[in-house]
Design a binder for this molecule. Structure first.
Ligand code: PMP
Length: 320
């Protein structure tokens, strides 16, 4: 394969097939994980970066002198910085301090600038700071992934069709984490159009509010919300699985040690939820989930230190 532009490597990622039983799930069922961490920026958000920047050019919303400003947990920043390279765009990303230093270094490595907000102010604090910066900087553009319809569209136009085609439509359930809700909503909308009875399972960490629990901090990074995301309530969701940090990280480490999959903690949480979902379905079911980013961007947080076994509580139908 010979390429001339990094964008050519975005998308068309492989699906990894797991026997659900090997991970504590229902014997006879399969779980497929889309390896989105193999995108060139290391995450699913490369697709979004491409859509937000390229489409904004086509729509005349930005030109080569525009400053892009965006609040982000990091991966969207990396994806947008990658997509913006060829246009020479100036980019500023507003990031709550707690997010991993590796992601911040990658953003700087791609030539973008970072502004920090206090961890306690959450992503809402970052959104407000980005809006304030945009007021002061002429010819600036705020894509605002939390509100921008191009966010789910980036996935309904690429990720959804890739999954559906690879499995020839044999999908019983789609399980994915929710941050902005863009990947979940975009892929779900596409799959529902193809197959009206597909089950949709949202995943959040403990400390996120979708299941009504109290908002508090969590170590699983990239998913979890302090408010119901705009793209979330438009959908018919069958279940919301709330995964503890302990369980999410245990699955993350197991994926590395047993399969060589060096993915981040939102992938481990997604797999934990996919295993639970397998028990709700008949044997022989096919469940699809996403591994949104790579684990090497969390090494400073000792992501791979600790328990990696899957002695799942119960491990049978009653447990879930
Ligand atoms: N996993 C990781 C690692 C992420 O960075 C994100 C995006 N914040 C997600 C999952 C969730 O994606 P979305 O914003 O589309 O809900």
């Amino acid at each position: 394969m010979i390429i001339k532009n990094i964008k050519e490597l975005i998308g068309n990622t492989p699906l990894f097939a797991f026997d659900a039983a090997a991970l504590g799930g229902k014997p006879g069922s399969q779980i497929f994980a889309k390896l989105e961490y193999l995108n060139p920026g290391g995450s699913i958000k490369d697709r979004l970066g491409l859509k937000l920047i390229h489409q904004a050019f086509l729509d005349g919303e930005i030109d080569r002198h525009t400053t892009i400003i965006e609040p982000t947990a990091g991966n969207t920043g990396i994806g947008m910085a990658l997509a913006g390279l060829e246009y020479g765009l100036k980019m500023i990303f507003v990031i709550p301090e707690k997010f991993s230093v590796e992601k911040q270094q990658l953003i700087r490595g791609l030539g973008a600038q970072i502004v920090h907000t206090a961890t306690e102010e959450g992503i809402q604090g970052a959104i407000e700071k980005a809006k304030a910066l945009a007021k002061d900087i002429p010819n600036s553009y705020l894509p605002l992934q939390f509100h921008n319809e191009k966010n789910p569209a980036a996935y309904s136009s690429t990720l959804g069709p890739e999954i559906f085609q690879a499995l020839h439509g044999k999908i019983d359930s789609f399980v994915a984490g929710v941050g902005s809700g863009g990947t979940f909503a975009g892929v779900s909308a596409y799959l529902l159009k193809q197959k009206a009875n597909i089950r949709l399972i949202a995943v959040e960490p403990e400390g996120s509010i979708l299941n009504g629990g109290p908002a508090h901090g969590h170590d699983i990074e990239g998913i979890g919300v302090e408010f119901v995301p705009r793209f979330f309530d438009q959908l018919s969701i069958d279940a919301i699985d709330t995964i503890s940090d302990e369980e999410g990280f245990r699955f993350t480490r197991h994926l590395a040690k047993a399969y060589g999959l060096l993915v981040g903690s939102s992938s481990g949480a997604a797999m934990a939820a996919a295993v639970k979902e397998s028990w709700r379905l008949p044997a022989g079911s096919q469940i699809v989930t996403l591994f949104p980013d790579s684990g090497d961007r969390y090494l400073s947080k000792q992501i791979y230190e600790g328990r990696a076994d899957l002695s799942i509580e119960g491990g049978n139908e009653d447990a879930f």
